[in-house]
Write a protein that binds this ligand. Structure first.
Ligand SMILES: Cc1cc2nc3c(=O)[nH]c(=O)nc-3n(C[C@H](O)[C@H](O)[C@H](O)COP(=O)(O)OP(=O)(O)OC[C@H]3O[C@@H](n4cnc5c(N)ncnc54)[C@H](O)[C@@H]3O)c2cc1C
Ligand code: SF4
Length: 331
């Protein structure tokens, strides 16, 4: 690690100007991803670090239609919010299933959206072939050991790195919107359009431009979310990233699914909106046969490598279990 300039501005415009002025500058929020990558893994080497923790971007407000979460709100603060508990049980469960209490007290919502992949090859500077870290160098994970925590949807021969956020899974299902301040002022980006599939440029992960600052996330308070679940399958009960997770919200009238929203975690290179499954569910009878058909349709074309061969069936079964749980009554 080389020496870097550390700055801690108190207003948003100064922070954005500082990062935009320097191609090698980066933001620092709770630091739970960023500091690891800089100090422990040694794969990020910014010349200028702009600490944003003094910016007035912390807090949660709500009206009848929308929950607005400042980017510097911590995961633990959002999980404890009464509107989240009452109107967004799937968001609360996803937050509490993520990381540990200590980490959740440090981790911000903006940082959670932009956390980097846990791919072990990406985080190991002695591995030369990683298209995400060194574009064009290849992908060590495709043939290497330990692909268990890698993606099977949105993946390809250039990169199978997983997007590891729990929070993004319900947020993508609920059509959350990300507020961003950049050089041209503020803009709103739907979360479903925020992340970019790796394709032949795995190093490009979002539609953000250099210096863009996430200021808030807006979550619609949909009636369907009251009947919802977040189910996370992981290797151990204490804190661990998902092997597969499902956020599901259903509206069922007279035994028929009239609205279905679903996000998948642990399987996608981006937080995965399960639109194919939603289409099968909507208008169908609320039965296990419909749930199975939805799961099979969503997982019809996975990209697997030897370490991830178990994931498609695990994902199908987790989808069915999540739907059965949510259809059984309000969570
Ligand atoms: C041991 C461990 C276990 C974990 N387990 C889980 C888990 O189970 N589930 C889960 O979802 N997460 C998990 N995490 C990830 C954790 O949730 C993220 O590290 C955290 O949310 C990142 O937030 P932060 O504020 O610390 O971000 P930082 O580390 O400060 O920043 C992360 C990235 O976001 C950028 N950034 C931060 N804020 C902004 C902003 N407002 N605008 C623009 N750019 C910004 C930074 O420049 C950096 O690139 C785990 C982390 C660790 C270390
Ligand atoms: S999966 Fe992606 S991040 Fe991991 S080694 Fe391959 S290219 Fe790099």
């Amino acid at each position: 690690m080389r020496a870097f300039e550390y700055l801690r501005p108190g207003d948003v415009d100064t922070a954005v100007t500082l990062v935009r002025a320097d191609p090698a500058a980066q933001y620092l929020a709770g630091g739970t991803t960023q500091v690891d990558l800089m100090l422990k893994d040694g794969i990020l080497d910014p010349e200028r670090v702009v600490d944003i923790t003094r910016l007035p971007l912390r807090g949660i407000t709500a009206d009848e239609r929308t929950l607005r979460v400042g980017a510097l709100t911590t995961m633990e603060e959002l999980a404890a919010d009464p509107t989240v508990a009452r109107r967004l049980p799937l968001v609360r469960t996803a937050l509490l299933a993520g990381a540990s209490t200590q980490l959740r007290n440090m981790s911000t919502i903006g940082g959670n959206l932009l956390q980097r992949t846990r791919c072990r090859y990406f985080r190991d500077p002695t591995v030369p072939d990683c298209n995400k870290r060194a574009p064009g160098s290849g992908c060590a994970a495709i043939t290497g050991a330990g692909a268990r925590m890698h993606a099977i949807l949105g993946a390809g021969e250039n990169c199978i790195a997983l997007h590891a956020s729990d929070l993004c899974v319900p947020l993508v299902a609920l059509d959350a919107v990300v507020r961003v301040r950049g050089g041209d002022g503020e803009r709103a980006i739907p979360l479903t359009e925020f992340y970019v599939l790796p394709g032949d440029r795995p190093d490009v992960e979002t539609v953000l431009r250099h210096g863009d600052l996430i200021t808030a996330v807006e979550v619609p308070l949909l009636p369907a979310a009251a009947r919802s679940v977040y189910l996370k399958i992981r290797d151990r009960a204490s804190y661990e990233f998902a092997l597969v997770s499902v956020a599901a919200a259903l509206t069922i009238e007279d035994g028929v699914v009239t609205e279905a929203r679903m996000g998948l975690g642990g399987v996608g290179t981006i937080p995965w909106r399960a639109r194919a499954a939603e289409q099968v569910l909507t208008g169908g009878p609320a039965t296990v046969e419909t749930y199975r058909a939805a799961a099979v349709t969503e997982l019809r074309d996975p990209f697997t490598v030897p370490g991830t061969g178990f994931k498609p069936e695990l994902a199908r079964r987790t989808i069915v279990r999540a739907l059965e749980t949510v259809a059984g009554g309000p969570t």
